[in-house]
Write a protein that binds this ligand. Structure first.
Ligand SMILES: [Zn+2]
Length: 75
């Protein structure tokens, strides 16, 4: 599989193939990602295994949810 560079959705610059390979769902280049403090907000959500109102300890794991930040054009 060939990884090809992408065009940054924020500044129109090039997203290097290395970055696309490491982060297949990225839309922005390294510089823009830094400027907006990361492309995604990551939330950690505990899995609910006990019944509601139960005092039993929750031994469930955690899931993470990645939410893409709204992209504003670079100034
Ligand atoms: Zn960019």
């Amino acid at each position: 599989m060939t990884i090809v560079p992408r065009t940054c959705e924020r500044c129109g610059g090039e997203v290097p193939a290395e970055r696309v390979e490491a982060l297949p769902d990225t839309w922005v280049c390294v510089r823009c990602s830094r400027e907006i403090n990361g492309e995604f907000d990551v939330y950690v959500i505990p899995e609910q295994t006990g019944k509601a109102g139960s005092l039993k300890k929750n031994y469930g794991g955690y899931t993470t949810r990645k939410v893409r930040k709204p992209l504003r054009p670079a100034e």
